[in-house]
Design a protein around this ligand. Structure first.
Ligand code: NAP
Length: 415
C-alpha cells in the first residue's frame, strides 16, 4: 500500500473546512482538523449573524468530510499551547493554517477604552455566545442611542440585530438571555458613522436592502447628503435614495457620511462620540466594525495584521488560507475558491514522507494531558443544543468555556 500523505489543517472555520473538503477528494490523504474550540465551523457559528440561519446552513456541507470519516476532528487543541507549529511540522507532511483573524482593529482615538465602546469581534462574539466572550463586553444599562462605526456588512449585522423586534429574532439562535436584554433596551436610534461618501460604502445591496424591511425600524437618509442622480450608480446608493423623506418609526437608522470619530467621551462610561468636524453625538453604545487582524501565531511574522503569504505556500509544506492570509474580506464562497486552490497546490507540491501523522498527534496530546473533543463529541454538543432550543429557534448554544461538561466522545466521558 502507498504511504498516505498526512496533512494537518489548523482551524475549523469555513476556510479550513473547504481545504479539508478538497483534500478529502484525493485518495490516500490522512487529514486531521485541529481546532482551539471544542466546536467546529468558526465564523459560520460565531460570526454569521444569529438571524441569518440560511447562511449558517452551509455548515451541513462543510461537515460532510467529517461526517463521512474522511478527516478526524480534534477540538480543544490549541496551536502554540497543546502543540507547537514545529511539532506539527515534524508530525505531518503538510500543515494548512486557517486560524482566521480574531483581533478587533482599533480606531486609536481617545476614549476607545471607555465602557460602552466595543469592537465588533467582541460584541458579535458576545451576541453569539462565543466561549472567549461569555463575559459581557458592555455596561449593563438601558441603551437608547447606538453608534456603529464602519460601512461594511458586519456594521449592518450589528445594526439589524439591535433594531429587530423580539418577534423578528425568534427563529434566530441568539442566546435567549441576550435577546431578552436587547428587547429591554429603549432603543431610539442607530447611527452609522461612515468615513467615506454614499457612493463608496462597502455594504452589499441585499444586506442594505434588508434594513428597509424591519418591523419597527426605518432607515432615514437626508437628500442633501446624496449626490444628484445621474445615470448608472451603485445599487446601494439607489437604495439610500428610497429612504430620503421616509416617515419616522420607533427606531431610526441614520447614515452620517464623511464622519470620522475623533474621540469617545463620557464620565466613567460612554456618553457621546465626538466627530472630527466637532459634532457631538450622544451615544450609550458604540460598536466599531472596522475589520480584524490576526493574533501573533507560533512565531510567524505578521504583515499588516495577517500572516505573511508568499504565492502558494508560506514555507515549503506550510500553507495559509482564509482571513489569516488574505485579511478580513470576502464571503464564505470566497474561501471555497481559495482553499480549494491552495489544497490543489499542496497536493501537487508535497510528497508523503512516512511521517507519524494522527497517531503521533494523539500521543502528543495525551502526553500533554489534554482531552480533545472528537467529531462524536461535537455531535453530542450539537444534539444537546438542539434539544435545549425552544422552537422555532434552531439551537440554544451552550454558554460554556472549558473544560466542557458531559461530552462523550473518543476521549471518553468528561467531567
Ligand atoms: P469591511 O467590509 O471591510 O468594512 C469595514 C468598514 O470599516 C469599512 O466601511 C471601512 O471603511 C471602515 N473602516 C476601516 N477602518 C476604519 C477607520 N479607521 N475609521 C473608520 N472606518 C474604518 O469589513 P467587515 O464589515 O468587517 O466585513 C468583513 C468581511 O466579511 C467583508 O468582506 C464582508 O462583506 C463579509 N461579511 C459578509 C456578510 C454577508 O455576506 N452577509 C456579513 C458580514 C460580513 P473604508 O471603506 O473607508 O475602508
Amino acid at each position: 500500500m502507498n504511504t498516505p500523505l498526512k496533512v494537518a489543517v489548523v482551524g475549523a472555520g469555513p476556510a479550513g473546512l473547504y481545504a479539508v473538503e478538497r483534500l478529502a477528494k484525493q485518495p490516500g490523504v490522512e487529514i486531521d482538523l485541529i481546532e482551539r474550540l471544542v466546536t467546529p465551523f468558526g465564523l459560520v457559528r460565531y460570526g454569521v449573524a444569529a438571524d441569518h440561519q440560511s447562511t449558517k446552513g452551509v455548515a451541513r456541507t462543510l461537515a460532510r468530510p467529517l461526517d463521512k470519516g474522511q478527516a478526524a476532528f480534534h477540538g480543544g487543541v490549541t496551536l502554540g499551547e497543546t502543540v507547537s507549529l514545529a511539532e506539527l511540522r515534524e508530525l505531518y507532511d503538510a500543515v494548512v493554517l486557517a486560524t482566521g483573524a480574531g483581533v478587533d482593529r482599533r480606531l486609536d482615538v481617545p476614549g476607545e477604552h471607555l465602557p460602552g465602546v466595543v469592537g465588533s469581534g467582541r460584541f458579535v462574539g458576545w451576541l453569539n455566545a462565543h466561549p472567549d466572550h461569555l463575559e459581557r463586553p458592555i455596561p449593563s444599562r438601558p441603551v437608547r442611542q447606538v453608534v456603529v462605526v464602519g460601512a461594511g456588512n458586519v456594521a449592518i449585522d450589528v445594526a439589524r440585530i439591535l433594531a429587530k423586534t423580539p418577534e423578528e429574532l425568534v427563529a434566530s439562535d441568539l442566546d435567549p438571555e441576550i435577546a431578552a436584554e436587547l428587547a429591554s433596551w429603549p432603543l431610539e436610534r442607530v447611527t452609522f458613522l461612515i468615513r467615506r461618501g454614499p457612493e463608496e460604502m462597502r455594504f452589499t445591496p441585499p444586506e442594505l436592502e434588508e434594513l428597509g424591511k424591519l418591523a419597527r425600524a426605518q432607515p432615514l437618509v437626508s437628500a442633501n447628503d446624496l449626490p444628484a442622480a445621474q445615470g448608472e450608480e451603485p445599487k446601494t446608493l439607489t437604495l439610500l435614495r428610497r429612504w430620503t423623506g421616509a416617515a419616522a418609526r420607533p427606531v431610526s437608522i441614520a447614515f452620517r457620511f464623511h464622519a470620522v470619530p475623533a474621540a469617545f467621551e463620557g464620565d466613567g462610561a460612554l456618553e457621546a462620540v465626538r466627530l472630527a468636524d466637532g459634532t457631538r453625538l450622544p451615544a450609550d453604545l458604540a460598536v466599531t466594525c472596522i475589520g480584524y487582524g490576526c493574533a501573533p501565531l507560533a512565531g510567524l511574522p505578521l504583515v499588516e495584521g495577517r500572516l505573511a503569504r508568499a504565492e502558494g505556500a508560506l514555507q515549503p509544506g506550510l500553507y495559509v488560507v482564509g482571513w489569516a492570509g488574505r485579511g478580513p474580506s470576502g464571503t464564505i464562497p470566497t474561501n471555497r475558491t481559495e482553499s480549494h486552490r491552495v489544497a490543489e497546490a499542496l497536493l501537487a507540491e508535497v510528497e508523503p514522507a512516512g511521517k507519524p501523522g494522527r497517531a503521533g498527534l494523539l500521543a502528543l496530546i495525551k502526553a500533554r494531558g489534554a482531552t480533545p473533543v472528537d467529531w462524536a463529541g461535537w455531535q453530542a454538543i450539537e444534539a444537546a443544543e438542539k434539544a435545549a432550543a425552544v422552537a422555532p429557534a434552531p439551537r440554544r448554544k451552550l454558554r460554556v468555556g472549558f473544560p466542557l461538561p458531559l461530552v462523550a466522545g473518543e476521549g471518553g466521558e468528561r467531567q
